[in-house]
Design a binder for this molecule. Structure first.
Ligand SMILES: N[C@@H](CCC(=O)N[C@@H](CS)C(=O)NCC(=O)O)C(=O)O
Length: 205
């Protein structure tokens, strides 16, 4: 794989998952910032890479992918020696994929429901309601993390990048995490990794 191009809008949009993964893997990549206001993501050149018109998308060697979870999984599988995902048949793959998809589906929705009315379209009532919805999810995650340093496999994996992104989104949405001790300790553990810091995702949080 030669140099990747990562198309994004802002350091904290879902492209951050891909940037963090690429940094963990030591991949050669360049960022290409799209102009959201000019709707570059809905224009023809970009729709060839991401037919759904969302960032992130990556391209390399005449190939392309969209959907951040799929991209990260693909990058980790094609650089399996870095140990960020167990391959088919290897111990821990089931739990790793389960958490990866939980973080990019159920948790992603719940966290953006908190972030959006705080940052993008301020609405106190919607923000309070979203916080109430995310709390039971966080309680169960906190319980899981009480007995686990990382989400799966007893080590840092791609599932932790998805989880770290979800927690960063919650923090950015004005949710402090302090009432969940295992999550708060986990957050400190993953957000201070050199690749996490270099990704810019946690800047200002
Ligand atoms: N499930 C997708 C979500 C992608 C997504 O919603 N991207 C947002 C930025 S974080 C976007 O491109 N929004 C464009 C728009 O709303 O027009 C993924 O994880 O890649």
């Amino acid at each position: 794989m030669t140099q990747l191009t990562l198309h994004y809008f802002a350091p904290f949009d879902r492209s951050a998952r891909v940037r963090w993964t690429a940094l963990e893997l030591g991949l050669d990549f360049v960022d290409n910032r799209l102009n959201y206001q000019a709707a570059e993501h809905r224009a023809e050149p970009f729709l060839k890479l991401s037919p759904v018109g969302f960032v992130p998308a990556i391209e390399w060697d005449g190939q392309s992918m969209f959907e951040s979870g799929a991209i990260c999984l693909h990058l980790c599988e094609t650089h399996a020696d870095r140990g960020l995902v167990p391959l088919t048949g290897e111990t821990g793959r089931n739990e790793c994929l389960s958490w990866l998809f939980h973080m990019t589906s159920t948790m992603d929705r719940a966290c953006f429901d908190v972030f959006y009315p705080k940052v993008i379209a301020p609405n106190e009532q919607a923000h309070a309601a979203a916080i109430e919805r995310v709390q039971p999810l966080l309680s169960r995650i906190d319980r899981h993390l009480l007995g686990h340093e990382y989400f799966a496999c007893g080590r840092f994996t791609v599932a932790d990048i998805m989880a770290g992104y979800a927690l960063a989104t919650l923090r950015r949405g004005g949710f402090p995490l302090a009432e969940y001790p295992a999550i708060a300790a986990y957050y400190d553990r993953v957000s201070t990794r050199p690749a996490a810091v270099a990704s810019g995702l946690f800047k200002g949080l």
